[in-house]
Design a protein around this ligand. Sequence first.
Ligand code: FMN
Length: 512
Amino acid sequence: MSLINEPGIEAEAISQNRPLQDQPFDFLPKELRKSVFIDGAWILPLIQGGKGVGATNGTTAGAWALENAGGTIAATGASTTIGKNSRDISYTYSSLTRPERHEEMIKWSIKGCTLQVQIAHQAAQGRGRVRINFLKMAGGSMHIMRGVLANTSLKDGANMIHAVTMGAGLPSEEDAQICADEGVYLDPIISSSMALKVLLKRTYRKWQGEFDKRIGAVIYEDPWLAGGHNGITSRENPDEPQNPYDRVRELRTIMNQNGMENVAIVMAGGVWHLRDWQNWLDNPEIGPIAFQIGTRDLLTRECPIIDEWKHLLLSMNEGDVALNKFSPTGFYSSAYKNSMIRKLYERSERQVPYTLQANKEQSEQINGAGIPAKGFFVNPADKAKTKNWIEQGFTVAQRTPDKTLVFVSKQDDRELKRIKTDCVGCLSTCKLTTWSETPEKKFSTGRIPDPRVHCIREGLLGAIEGEDLDNQLIFAGHNAYKAGDDPFYRDEHGNVFIPTVKQLIERLLTGN
Ligand SMILES: Cc1cc2nc3c(=O)[nH]c(=O)nc-3n(C[C@H](O)[C@H](O)[C@H](O)COP(=O)(O)O)c2cc1C
């Protein structure tokens, strides 16, 4: 399916001037209209969700902060340039080995993050909060964070960055110390109260009794609703969403038991209309609360994603975004089911368990491309399946770390090899290329490559650079489908209207 040819995707121009017709601002209780205390300041209870690669940057974060809300720069792959909407974020690599390219990536990232923070700091004009989001799983994340915070420090122990937020893995004690040394909060992104308990005992243990000095807000990212990576644990069922209210109430109990009554919780995931969250406001079971806006923030003029992506969001249906296990980090993630994702589902279906020696069940030998000369053994029904797949052109068997074989085409086999060759070590460990940033482990996870996952760097970069969105990684929250029916995104003539960040925030504060 080509999005470009889809009716309604490219044809519509974006209307520039939609008069805002909402009643301003009488939805929130009085106290909340003023503010909530987050990352050291009283700001509106609205936080921009950080979105890598490049979908939130200095310009967008600065625009949120200027409205006295929280803006969040994505550290992952931050652009080293201004202009062309800051969409040009491809780093160039000249080294031949992965460890050297990994070092180049770290240098580029520090440069890009520093620039984006400077842009946000200037744009914010001292209002709101400027935050930066790191992925714990990102390659060299601690190194990059240290470099950026050093570059952005101000006089008197202050920093242009007010808080670091960290997701896709739990921050370490060293991460917390680096932030403490720079006078910056370290706000954890968690998906259960259990994760906070672990963090308080481990990462923040030095700050026992004064956690609020290090934690400017706790972000609860709902694993069944939020876009991007999701923290579903082995104790939870990806197909059985739990009620976020119950989980956040439990989180508040744990926070209160640890002297964090005044630390705000930021509810992230599925927040579209604030009117749907009314019972969370002014509610002692929930305590101080703010809302993180991830997917909805993609639909702003400042957001550098291409118009085609914005139109795609406006055309999504319920169920188009789903949790999958295709991230090379090993985490679940939520993405739009385009051709790229569908191909990975199909690839995983062309999968059979195998053994090296024949046994009672796995009695049938299979041979062919990707299989050693003495063959592998599968059960008779699976042998019939593999024959069928080979006939359809999926002629190469690739081993997975789970003792299964997946069948891919020759072209995909070549593509998987190319990805491994081009790897820059963007993650701390990668299931696809088996890269590990640990020299003691010889830069390898020691496992075999997993052909069932995608290259996250190429998928996210391709998306922000606007190349053939149908074959790039489009992270999105599960409520993205609400965009299409939201009258806010149409002008009086029915043309698509994309608001500025200021207009979005005004709209959010009406409850709509
Ligand atoms: C395109 C996209 C990219 C994202 N990238 C990141 C990221 O780099 N780091 C992170 O912590 N969260 C990331 N997220 C999650 C958001 O910060 C936010 O918590 C989430 O989108 C909230 O859910 P919502 O999309 O339903 O509003 C991403 C989300 C989207 C939609």
